[in-house]
Design a protein around this ligand. Sequence first.
Ligand SMILES: [Mn+2]
Length: 499
Amino acid sequence: MKPCRLPLRHLRICLERQTHPPYYSQPRPLSTPSLSPLRRFHNQPSPTRREVRASDCLFGQPVHETHPHLLKPGELTPGITAQEYHDRRSALCALLPRNSAVILRSADVKYRSGAVFHAFRQESNFFYLTGFSEPQSLAILRKTGSAPDDFAFYLVCRAKDPQAEQWSGPWSGFDAARNVWNADRTGVIDFSENVLAEALKGIEKIFTDAELTQYGVETPFGAMVKRAASSKSSISALKPHINSLRAIKSPAEIANMRRAGQESGRAITAAMRRSWTYEKDLAAFLEYQYQTSGLDGQAYIPVVAGGPRGTLIHYVQNNAQLKPDEMVLVDAGGEYGTYITDITRTWPVSGKFSPAQRDLYTAVLKAQRSTVSLCRASANLTLDKLQDITERSLHQELKHLGFNVDGKEMGILFPHHVGHYIGLDVHDVPGYPRNVPLKEGHCITIEPGVYVPDDSRYPKHFRGLAVRIEDSIVVGADNPLILTTEAVKEIEDIEALRS
Ligand SMILES: [Mn+2]
């Protein structure tokens, strides 16, 4: 089948793109008429001088030509090259049978209230396979043969529209979908049914997680897929196939997560150096640090919880006053190239631990350190086994401190799981099980915590205290790689920051 050669051709275009000035300012040395976008957009011959609209020179997201300070040549998103995106599509297709197709829908713009929208965030699987960050887009992979490149990549998106873009800001258009994002076929989202019909012709198996029905009723998109697909084609979930790919990170993904972990860790250590009166100010400081250190921004709404609010696992109001004799629990992290980091640190607001704070903190830190040391493939453990091991070591530590840890007490004092996978999502590859033996390239958190209710069942001096310590970790063959080591966690180091 011919389509198998197309991705390589387009990758060549992409590589060629690196060595030229912005492609929109120069006729491409290639024959396809679509490679001269300005001509196409304005439907006019190419004069030597012409007016160029800002939207024609901009894309819906940074590309190397417009944002060389963010993207190196060859990268479609920070740290991730066009080649890697192609390889991901190829790896997914290799897992699927012949005559199958993958359909991915982009995320929608989400509204906070009325016309006020949230910052757009692409659907994670769509992003993982395309690097294309626009709403109103459709990605289709059509696998036709069994060789690694026997598939065609369709990217359907909005057509350029200078009038509309004057209001909304620029988007990329389908010429860029082909020339920058390396689609073999493109189309306009308003006519996606035609593209779907072409892409699904002769296809026997469709893999998609798009919502084809809602409350048992077919959605408009579901109806469209049904019309476009052959009547004998079956539809199954895409998730299990893509999850196994996403769960193991490439060196480039790990480098992005390391950068997110390093800068976020530095931000948290910088926060520990200062004294804070309000949770809100501490939260704002961290976000400012992420932004100005080159990260995209915060990966999730942080927990900045003073004193007993730390016992509320997902406290995110972050609007109370911090008291000098209490600890503050901060669960916060930035993201880079859409890869997140997840860190929790707990430290005394005054900079100096009280004896009770020190004892409880030491108990959690011991458990955390010993579990982190097991994050290696050679230990042949799963996240669930790490949970059991951590719970046992916390049980021992708390017993030494005089806690009654019989019966269901551990479920109250340590109510959550010790860790989760991380990556593009904070709880990454949703649906990927925790009973998989950890292998090289799995990225996880290790985050034991102890939350002591203000209850007479517990030793008096520990009541209302909360400690969680969390690092982001890459599982190595024989050693863990801690991505967040810049966030200090030893008692001596924390206290030394303000002495
Ligand atoms: Mn976490």
